[in-house]
Design a protein around this ligand. Structure first.
Ligand SMILES: [Zn+2]
Ligand SMILES: [Zn+2]
Length: 339
């Protein structure tokens, strides 16, 4: 990102690992919708020029002063958030709740992974064993974010309940697998693309519903009429039509998790004398990314063969094309750039 809104391929010096840092040879880096938000954010919010890319896996090239536990050749995934370390969220280990604005992170407040090398604090690295790096990279965000959402809703995800996942893209197809691997809920996947619904079925969805005007009725056939409904709804898109579907199928006392940053609005009017927009006792959560401990668990799921990213790889030269396809909604699963 050479200046706000402008993505260019340029030669930059190979970074060096400062004290406490590791220089990583980037093996793979996921292309995330959030990169587009960073690219088009108001000038001044993010530094420029800055290398984007916050979903990174690679091989340790060298280590800076004071680093222990890592040496050249080690393979690692990168936890992308760099919390301030002193706020209430960070002190509780919830760096994804860091009160610092804008959020500190690799590819957010300092150079990221869309390059051959990236320097990161050693504290951000997690071992990935023999996982393929194109698989490890998407775990750090496309895997971690829905895992964190599932963690937040876990008390409600009891055997026999229903979870609706809206949007089977980079995050949604991971959400389905995480639910299938760690719960005994009935999984209903919603998407406008037939290919995405086929992917959902392959990775563990029990029912698939095409997005559109009939989606609510089709989901209601599965979960019954209000005040019954889906116990948990995970919206990985977050535009007005998906938020409308989400609030129209969630059960009384259910949970809505708004994972996608699509710019939609969720009206909340629980009164009885007007048509309510959301059922009584329903809670709404806006999860953000996840914690380091959760990333370790996501990696464990993948190493156990229970979580596999559906990836479409691009060489570094074609990274701008990957983002164009992402912007147009033409990526199935996750786009991963391989420097
Ligand atoms: Zn992201
Ligand atoms: Zn903090």
């Amino acid at each position: 990102m050479t200046r706000p809104g402008v993505l260019e391929q340029v030669e930059v010096p190979v970074p060096t690992a400062g004290p406490g840092e590791v220089l990583l040879a980037v093996g793979a880096v996921g292309a995330c919708h959030s990169d587009l938000h960073v690219l088009h954010a108001p000038p001044g919010l993010f530094p420029t020029p800055m290398t984007l890319g916050h979903e990174i896996a690679g091989t340790v090239d060298s280590v800076g002063a004071g680093v222990t536990g890592w040496s050249a050749g080690d393979r690692a995934a990168v936890y992308g958030i760099i919390g301030c370390g002193t706020c209430r969220g960070c002190l509780r280990g919830l760096e994804n709740q860091c009160r610092r604005i804008p959020p500190g992170g690799i590819g957010l407040s300092r150079d990221g992974g869309l390059a051959e090398y990236v320097a990161v604090p050693a504290s951000r690295l997690l071992h990935v064993g023999n996982l393929d790096l194109t698989q490890a990279a998407p775990l750090t965000d496309a895997g971690l974010t829905p895992y964190h959402a599932v963690e937040l809703a876990r008390p409600a995800l009891r055997p026999g309940t229903t979870c609706v996942v809206i949007g089977i893209g980079g995050l949604g197809h991971m959400a389905v697998q995480i639910l299938a691997a760690t719960t005994a809920v009935r999984i209903v996947a919603v998407d406008s693309s037939t290919a995405a619904l086929d992917l959902a079925t392959r990775v563990g969805a029990h029912h698939v519903v095409p997005a559109g005007p009939d989606a609510v009725e089709k989901i209601r056939e599965l979960v019954g009429p209000a005040p019954d409904g889906a116990d948990v709804v995970i919206d990985c898109v977050g535009v007005d039509p998906t938020l409308t579907t989400a609030r129209s199928v969630v059960a009384t006392g259910g949970q809505l998790l708004l994972v996608g940053l699509g710019g939609g609005t969720l009206p909340v009017r629980p009164v009885a004398d007007e048509p309510p927009t959301i059922p009584l006792e329903t809670s709404v959560t806006v999860p953000f990314w996840g914690t380091r401990a959760e990333l370790q668990e996501v990696i464990a799921l993948a190493r156990a063969g229970l979580l596999t990213a559906d990836v479409q790889t691009f060489p570094l030269e074609r990274a701008p094309e990957a983002y164009d396809l992402l912007r147009r909604g033409e990526i199935h699963g996750r786009a991963v750039v391989v420097p």
